[in-house]
Design a protein around this ligand. Structure first.
Ligand code: MG
Length: 383
């Protein structure tokens, strides 16, 4: 029987890569549901090709044009709750969560409640609500398989030993476009500079997060919940070539790494075929062409986001929701030209300092903290 896959965030960068991988896995996977935010033309195109049982579009305005574009054979759900309804109403074996940002949380949470296997590219789910989701997944039997390249690498390296034998993990970071820039030059960085990533081709939000290294801060928190590790056992290692995707150090001093081309199709496919490995369309890695691989500790002065990542992972509670939401808001302000590049992290840290911390929040508390942080960031920069 084929694995029935439901894809949330099908029109984004990870979503499109997932469909490309699935096109090569036609003998073992089928697409039963697709969800997008607002890009209805692309969703309609995908629906005509994949013929899923149902599609969901969050933007209500797009419902009518989408219905006429997909024709009668595919059920169309529309509105902010449509992705959750899709997960509820379409039986599947695996939910791929590839929505960018906090918008991915409700439908991913529902998939975990239903005990589904969740292939997780949406790191925000764990950054915001890891304290709820990790124990929930243990109760419902939902398995979380990472797609984020670093976490996929750790997940793969962990197969080499027992969990109790793990000493620490190292998340690698390319260092982004500003790794070699002086702090003064970073302070004057433009949007174009920040979008110019040296090794990975990703969507704009993730690319800017990579330039501030907030991406790695979020990944520290994600790793804390995925692998149930205290933050002091999660290190960041700058590795500009983006060939070693992360490492696990075991108690005997052995370090196991996963290497590959910087191509998201590899971790996407591993999540879809785990525990099997199959040929993948990603570029093969030629280590002799690289010859030299470099590693260096990150510069905490130039990239203060990393400290925020460790602090937030230690605090837990509502801190992750606030960090994530404040950063999302700040990135939007930077893209709109309202704040300068270093202010992305500054206003995020200010929001963290001002928020009313709750140690044991409910989902409602987390969503409230998220809303508060967004308003706070917009308010503090317009006054
Ligand atoms: Mg990553």
């Amino acid at each position: 029987m084929k694995k029935r896959v439901l894809l949330l965030g099908c029109t984004g960068s990870i979503g499109q890569n997932t469909l490309e991988v699935l096109a090569g896995l036609g003998h073992r996977c089928e697409v039963v549901g697709l969800a997008a935010g607002s890009r209805w033309q692309r969703l309609a195109q995908q629906a005509r090709y994949w013929n899923p049982q149902a599609v969901a579009i969050s933007d209500v305005q797009a419902a009518d044009p989408l219905r006429s574009a997909v024709g009668g054979g595919v059920r169309v759900l529309a509105g902010p709750d449509a992705p959750v309804e899709l997960v509820d109403s379409v039986a599947c074996d695996c939910v791929v969560s590839a929505v960018v940002g906090a918008a991915g949380l409700p439908a991913t949470l529902r998939a975990v409640e239903l005990g589904r296997q969740v292939a997780l590219a949406n790191k925000e789910t764990l950054v915001i609500a890891g304290g709820l989701i990790a124990p929930l997944a243990r109760r419902t039997g939902a398995s979380l398989i990472p797609i984020d390249s670093e976490h996929s690498a750790v997940f793969q390296a962990l197969q080499a030993g027992k969990r109790a034998e793990v000493k620490r993990i190292y998340l690698t970071a390319s260092g982004g476009p500003f790794r070699t820039w002086a702090a003064e030059r970073i302070a004057a960085a433009t949007l174009e500079d920040a979008l110019n990533h040296p090794t990975w081709d990703m969507g704009p939000k993730v690319t800017i997060d990579s330039a501030t290294m907030m991406n790695k801060a979020l990944e520290i928190i994600e790793a804390r919940w995925l692998f149930d590790l205290p933050p002091e056992r999660i290190d960041v290692l700058v590795h500009p070539e983006s060939v070693v995707h992360s490492l696990v150090e075991f108690c005997d001093g052995s370090m196991i790494a996963q290497l590959g081309s910087p191509d998201m199709r590899t971790p996407i496919q591993y999540a879809l075929t785990y525990p099997d490995r199959l040929p993948c369309p990603s570029e093969p890695l030629d280590l002799s062409a690289h010859r030299r691989l470099h590693f260096e500790p990150p510069d905490p002065e130039k990239f203060p986001a990393l400290r925020l990542g460790h602090e937030t992972a230690r605090r837990g509670g509502t801190a992750g929701a606030v960090l994530n939401a404040a950063n999302e808001s700040a990135v939007e302000l930077f893209r709109a030209g309202e704040i300068r590049f270093p202010e992305i992290v500054q206003v995020t840290e200010q929001a963290l300092g001002r928020h009313s911390f709750l140690a044991d929040p409910s989902l409602q508390d987390l969503l409230a903290a998220d809303r508060w942080a967004r308003n706070e960031v917009v308010g503090c920069t317009t006054c």
